[in-house]
Design a protein around this ligand. Structure first.
Ligand SMILES: N[C@@H](CCC[C@H](N)C(=O)O)C(=O)O
Length: 269
């Protein structure tokens, strides 16, 4: 089986081309591919398949030829992945499956419009309107942090905190209220470091700490904006793997940053 490896601000993915929808992708298979010692290593898998061949998203086929079937490193299915969408778009354009410019990508959270040029540069994606659902609490290293619940298609709890995020221990899943998040949650911890500039770390559901999370950066911008009494504007979100730009307007949100393909090969396991 062929694969391509790519990343967006070091949120990394194994890309599996499956144009005819023939691949049986079990959770165990995904976890084996994402294993950083016995496999290729990645935060998740992006299966590239035709929308019209995928019953769960076939209604999006008129707007998006290709479906990003995203799986977390533990093998679980997630609704949406912001960096994954950008890397997926990069793969489609560089492999000739889509033309540069703007086009739709089908996801479990609906069609996402992406914009990019062939050969490099930023990939931007219209992430849709973040839904603020209220507040909740995460506990990290015995300390509780209040945060904002943001639905980006997938669940987030974004906490603007006073402690420096650099000192946090994110080797374990932060504790959260399972009644509020029955399907788990991605937890972002952030410091406001300047006007519309934040530093963020994230513990992703189904993965662990990652070096970036696109949906998480949008949730973080929403949390920082609320604290500043703002609803629109452009935020720079520094993550361990780089910097992403998040723009919030009245109707939607945009995420922009680099998306890079680094290798391709044959899977032997
Ligand atoms: N890294 C992603 C988010 C991937 C899904 C997440 N772990 C979940 O389970 O919801 C991003 O860039 O958004």
């Amino acid at each position: 089986m062929r694969f391509v490896k790519g990343h967006g601000t070091e949120n990394d993915f194994v890309i599996l081309p499956d144009p005819d929808g023939e691949l049986e992708l079990s959770a165990a298979r995904v976890a084996a591919l994402c294993d950083r010692r016995a496999g290729i290593g990645a935060d998740g898998v992006l299966r590239v398949t035709r929308t019209k061949l995928s019953p769960e998203v076939a209604d999006q086929a008129g707007e998006a030829e290709w479906f990003m079937d995203y799986r977390n490193a533990d093998g679980g299915v997630a609704e949406m992945c912001g960096n994954g969408t950008r890397v997926f778009a990069r793969y489609l354009v560089e492999s000739g499956l889509a033309d540069e410019g703007e086009f739709g990508v089908a996801t479990r959270a609906g069609v996402k419009r992406v914009r990019l040029a062939r050969g490099g540069g930023d990939v931007s994606v219209d992430m849709g309107a973040p839904r603020v659902l209220g507040e909740s609490r995460a506990v990290v290293g015995g300390r509780g942090y209040e945060g904002v619940r943001v639905d980006m298609g997938n669940p987030h709890l974004a906490c603007v905190i006073g402690d420096p995020v650099a000192g946090l221990d994110l080797t374990r899943q932060p504790a959260f209220d399972p009644e509020v998040f029955p399907h788990g949650v991605n937890v972002e911890l952030l410091n406001a470091v300047g006007p519309r500039r934040v530093v963020m770390r994230v513990h992703e559901r189904g993965v662990g700490e990652t070096r970036s999370c696109g949906t998480g950066t949008v949730a973080s911008a929403v949390a920082a904006a609320r604290l500043a009494g703002e609803t629109t504007g452009t935020w720079e979100v520094e993550v361990p793997g780089g910097t992403l730009t998040v723009t919030l307007d009245e109707h939607t949100s945009h995420l922009a940053g680099p998306a890079v393909l680094v290798a391709s090969g044959e899977i032997l396991i």
